[in-house]
Design a protein around this ligand. Structure first.
Ligand code: NAG
Ligand code: NAG
Ligand code: NAG
Ligand code: NAG
Ligand code: NAG
Ligand code: NAG
Ligand code: NAG
Ligand code: NAG
Ligand code: NAG
Ligand code: NAG
Length: 451
């Protein structure tokens, strides 16, 4: 109905409509203007409020920063630091507290201040746990020996800095950018440097052991030589061919042992390298000095545990085959162990790509099946990973008295997150009296399951 009415009166009432429209439009515009103005005012006052708040926060930061600098300066000037432990602990606490409230720019000045005061050069002050994300060090600064292990420093920007022998061990520094800087002999052990890039920077003699360098970019680095990449993760990292080979004027090759290479394969792992110390009993065998094997003292009242090394006198096993010395166990229930640290193989192990092989020779001067070699594995917190495994006879000569027999285990898969292994030589309780058993050439070696 309403629509029809408008249509009917359309032609006759054009001017009236126009007037009506205009008279309605003006208050409407005014209304809209008022609304816009009010909103704008609100936005402006909100912005003003935000600016005020920021200024206030900035003033607070400035106050905190100044108070900190004064405090530490006074401490450095006036105190007779008789107790260094307390002195460094105090500075550490104050620094970590103030860092929490500061912006990256002021954090930078704290680092520079501490460094110039001689406190951040690895001589006592430890800022582990500090948060330095987005701090930019745009030099020229000479910061050789800067000591900042175990910090979080995401998006670090380091330009024109000399950081020779600096320590960034175990820090988190993803996306770090090193430009025009010197990093000779710096320590980045276990540091996370994913997506890092190195431009016109000298990357020489660096310790990147167990560092994570996924997608790191070395292409524009100045020198890339003599780096220890053992157990590092270099997946998708970029190098020129010469950089990869450590070539420049001369060649100073890198070590890629057990590292994950850019193409996902794993670096060199000598599959026969014996990780046991003194497995062949040849070290210091003429004396009773440290022999690298820990004895366990099991006292059941009857047996005294003896773990001896001696020239074999009563067995026809030594025609030069066993060197000058061998281990001997003379009592039942004896045990002697050696731990093997597997942390340098963590890249392989944690990617489920590791296995081990182990072998030993055992011979006794009487009939017995009591001697054994046991291998157990442990995770980081020391918990045992799985039930221990035992080396088996490889030949069918087990009962022949007076001969050395080979026992071994081949290509046994290590569970992910294995941290250590323990190799134990032992004699079970079932050992008959008066039998001596000899152990020699004990080995434990790591292998890759696939490439
Ligand atoms: C520092 O304090 C110790 C003991 O409080 C005192 O023996 C020593 O003389 C003091 N040194 C200085 C330089 O004041
Ligand atoms: C320094 O102080 C700490 C904590 O109070 C204390 O454990 C330590 O023994 C002191 N060292 C010296 C050298 O006085
Ligand atoms: C680095 O610092 C030197 C002075 O020490 C200066 O000559 C040079 O221009 C700086 N380079 C950059 C990239 O800032
Ligand atoms: C991966 O890269 C390494 C080093 O450049 C090379 O030796 C190896 O053959 C490559 N492996 C594969 C499967 O391409
Ligand atoms: C080790 O064996 C040798 C030779 O059998 C013996 O003389 C020596 O007393 C033994 N040492 C220990 C600690 O049992
Ligand atoms: C060791 O040498 C002796 C004599 O020198 C010999 O009788 C014996 O068969 C040899 N044993 C082995 C295992 O070669
Ligand atoms: C055992 O070790 C000794 C000393 O390292 C070595 O000379 C000998 O060849 C080894 N014997 C065997 C059978 O592996
Ligand atoms: C055994 O002893 C001799 C003489 O002391 C030495 O020359 C030789 O290198 C020793 N053998 C081993 C495997 O240590
Ligand atoms: C050792 O031999 C036993 C019995 O033949 C077998 O069950 C076990 O799996 C073997 N152990 C290894 C490590 O091969
Ligand atoms: C084994 O050797 C030891 C030491 O030489 C000796 O005392 C013992 O009687 C021998 N045992 C046997 C069963 O021959």
């Amino acid at each position: 109905m309403a629509l029809n009415f408008i249509k009917k009166n359309d032609k006759h009432n054009n001017t009236n409509w126009c007037k009506l429209f205009l008279s309605a439009l003006i208050p409407c515009i005014l209304g809209i203007f008022t609304i816009i103005f009010t909103v704008q005012q609100q936005v402006l006052s909100q912005q003003q409020h935000e600016i005020d708040r920021q200024n206030q926060r900035d003033a607070q930061r400035e106050t905190a920063f100044n108070a900190y600098i004064n405090d530490i300066s006074n401490l450095l000037l006036n105190t007779n630091h008789t107790n260094k432990t307390n002195f460094f602990l105090y500075i550490r606490t104050k620094t970590l507290t103030v860092l929490r409230s500061l912006n990256p720019e002021r954090k930078k000045y704290i680092i520079l201040f501490l460094y110039e005061s001689g406190l951040l050069q690895g001589t006592g002050l430890d800022l582990s746990g500090a948060e330095l994300d987005n701090v930019e060090l745009i030099g020229p600064y000479k910061l050789d020996g800067l000591y900042l292990p175990s910090t979080s420093w995401e998006n670090a920007l380091i330009v024109n800095c000399s950081l020779k022998k600096a320590v960034f061990r175990q820090s988190r520094m993803p996306n770090a950018r090193f430009i025009n800087s010197l990093l000779e002999s710096a320590l980045f052990t276990e540091t996370i440097l994913d997506n890092a890039y190195f431009i016109k920077t000298s990357v020489v003699g660096i310790n990147f052991i167990s560092a994570s360098l996924i997608h790191a970019n070395f292409l524009d680095a100045e020198v890339v030589q003599g780096i220890d990449f053992t157990n590092a993760d270099l997946l998708y990292a970029q190098f020129t061919e010469k950089q990869w080979l450590g070539q420049r004027v001369s060649t100073n090759a890198h070590s890629f042992r057990y590292a994950r290479l850019p193409n996902g394969s794993f670096g060199d792992l000598s599959p026969t390298r014996n990780l046991l110390q003194n497995g062949d009993a040849e070290q210091k065998c003429s004396t009773l000095e440290e022999i690298n094997w820990e004895e366990s003292q099991v006292t059941n009242g009857l047996n005294i545990i003896k773990f001896n090394k001696t020239s074999v006198v009563d067995m026809n096993i030594d025609n030069g085959t066993w060197g000058n010395c061998t281990f001997v166990m003379t009592t039942r229930n004896a045990r002697a162990s050696q731990y093997i640290d597997l942390r340098l193989y963590s890249r392989l192990i944690d990617m489920d790509n590791a296995m081990f092989s182990s072998s030993t020779y055992i011979g006794c001067n009487g009939s017995t099946n009591a001697p054994y070699v046991e291998i157990s594995t442990y995770e980081l917190n020391g918990n045992i990973m799985e039930t221990p495994v035992y080396l088996n006879h490889t030949e069918n000569t087990a009962n022949k008295v007076g001969m050395m027999h080979q026992y071994s285990i081949q290509k046994y898969r290590l569970l992910k997150y294995t941290h250590r292994a323990r190799v134990t030589l032992g004699i079970r309780l079932s050992q008959p009296n008066n039998i001596y058993c000899y152990f020699d050439n004990v080995t434990f070696a790591m292998q890759k399951r696939f490439n």
